[in-house]
Design a protein around this ligand. Structure first.
Ligand code: PNS
Length: 157
């Protein structure tokens, strides 16, 4: 039984995140979405809110769960007996930083990171751009789920 951790800020989760989570759920027996409690920037949504949004989606699969974590990702991965970290890659611009994190995480713990490419139709999506669009009243169709769009609209109303 291989358990994979899919970590991130998910502030908010986008359709690009869901795409990576779906792909990970196709490949691994168990997927644990790891929501960082305190991202470097002050989040728009609390960790509890982000976990709830992800659990909504995770309910579609029997092998996906979501949980918040604090501290080092690799400590959380080991506590939860996860053998691998899965990260989505949108473009080459993601690669340099993701490679650095993967190497640091391996150095710290020996835990491997696997990269999954996002589908091209989601390649331009990011949580920060989605927040900008929401804040300025743009359409969120095709960017986030209807449930996440409703929460974004409420937050910025
Ligand atoms: O969605 P993001 O913001 O790109 O996710 C970044 C995340 C949560 C994966 C990264 O910041 C992280 O792993 N944070 C936990 C602290 C940690 O382990 N830092 C060392 C990583 S090399």
């Amino acid at each position: 039984m291989t358990r994979a951790v899919v970590p991130g800020s998910f502030d908010p989760p986008t359709l690009g995140h869901f795409d990576v989570i779906t792909r990970a759920a196709d490949v691994f027996q168990e997927v644990l979405i790891a929501v960082v409690q305190n991202p470097s920037k002050t989040p728009l949504f609390t960790a509890e809110e982000r976990v709830a949004m992800l659990r909504d989606v995770a309910a579609e699969w029997s092998n996906v769960e979501a949980e918040a974590f604090e501290g080092l990702l690799v400590d959380f991965a080991r506590e939860r007996s996860a053998a691998v970290i899965v990260k989505g890659l949108r473009a080459m611009s993601d690669f340099e930083y993701e490679l650095q994190m993967a190497q640091m995480n391996h150095h710290l713990s020996g835990v491997h990171t696997l990269f999954l490419p996002t589908s091209p139709e989601h390649a331009y999506l990011s949580s920060s751009l989605v927040k900008d669009v929401a804040r300025l009243g743009g359409s969120l169709d095709g960017l986030v789920s209807a449930a996440v769009a409703a929460q974004l609209k409420e937050r910025y109303s």
